[in-house]
Write a protein that binds this ligand. Structure first.
Ligand code: KIV
Ligand code: NA
Length: 270
């Protein structure tokens, strides 16, 4: 199977009302990517890895080094999905030039097909700058976790008329600037429907609406790795319980000297 391309993803928007929604999940490691890849159209190396793998309190301390290391692992572990790597906080906001330097490093070191960055109207110039220079950009509007300090939390956006209008303008601006797709996170459903119907690039929802052109979730969230997850997460499994139970049985076997058994030890051949 050949790897999907950014233009093929973008075209899905124009395949009409019957178009199959785009499937996207996060991946941070090669093995995780290998397992998810056949089922996805896109894999996102999200800066959510800050919380999920590194135990950080937010995404703000995630570095370009981290994104490059995990991005390269996910590209190595996949052969079908378009791999998109998040640009970390502080690596792109200052200027289009700063963004180009960071994005080109991500592209060169990981082999990913695209980068993602947070922000609407204010990032439009940067999105145009990158996409005109050969770097496909996925935008991210609505609830933008890198702005948690300005937003005051991770609550849903678009509740007031003003916020609704602002997020609609953000979505239009990033599509107009040349983003090949956009992530729409944590917004009122009505706004998600309106945005999906009014921009000409695929809208990938997370806490948005089934009406979006695709969906994304943090894989560990949907696997049930965490006790507390946002309202918009559906848990498709309970991997925390699986790991806990395996660790319990391993510990009991070790303490009882019932592991390893003869099947797991080396002995001279008879
Ligand atoms: O970092 C991330 O995982 C994301 C998705 C939740 C969209 O940005
Ligand atoms: Na992110």
């Amino acid at each position: 199977m050949k790897r999907l391309t950014v233009p093929a993803i973008q075209r899905r928007k124009f395949e009409g009302k019957t178009a199959e929604p785009l499937v996207m999940l996060t991946a941070y490691t090669a093995r995780q990517a290998q397992l998810l890849d056949p089922h996805c159209d896109m894999l996102l190396v999200g800066d959510s890895l800050g919380q999920v793998i590194y135990g950080l309190p937010s995404t703000l301390a995630v570095t370009l080094d981290m994104m490059c290391a995990h991005g390269a692992a996910v590209v190595r572990g996949s052969y079908h999905s378009v791999v998109v790597v998040d640009m970390p906080f502080g690596s792109y906001e200052a200027s289009p030039q700063q963004a180009f330097a960071s994005a080109s490093r991500i592209m060169a070191e990981t082999g990913a097909a695209a980068v993602k960055l947070e922000g609407g109207q204010v990032m439009a110039e940067t999105i145009a700058f990158l996409s005109q220079r050969g770097i496909p950009v996925m935008a991210h509007v609505g609830l933008t976790p890198q702005a948690v300090n300005a937003l005051g939390g991770y609550g849903a956006r678009g509740k007031s008329q003003e916020e609704h209008a602002k997020i609609m303008a953000d979505a239009r601006a990033v599509a107009q600037a040349g983003a090949f797709a956009l992530v729409l996170e944590g917004v009122m459903e009505e706004l998600a429907v309106a945005i999906t119907d009014s921009v000409d690039v695929p809208v990938i929802g997370i806490g948005a609406s089934a009406h979006c052109d695709g969906q994304v979730l943090v894989t560990e969230d949907m696997l049930g790795m965490f006790e507390r997850v946002p309202r918009f997460v559906k848990r498709f499994d309970n991997i925390a319980q699986t790991i806990t139970s395996a660790a319990e049985r391993y510990a009991a076997d070790v303490r009882a000297r019932s592991f390893p058994t003869e099947e797991q030890v080396y002995r001279p051949k008879k």
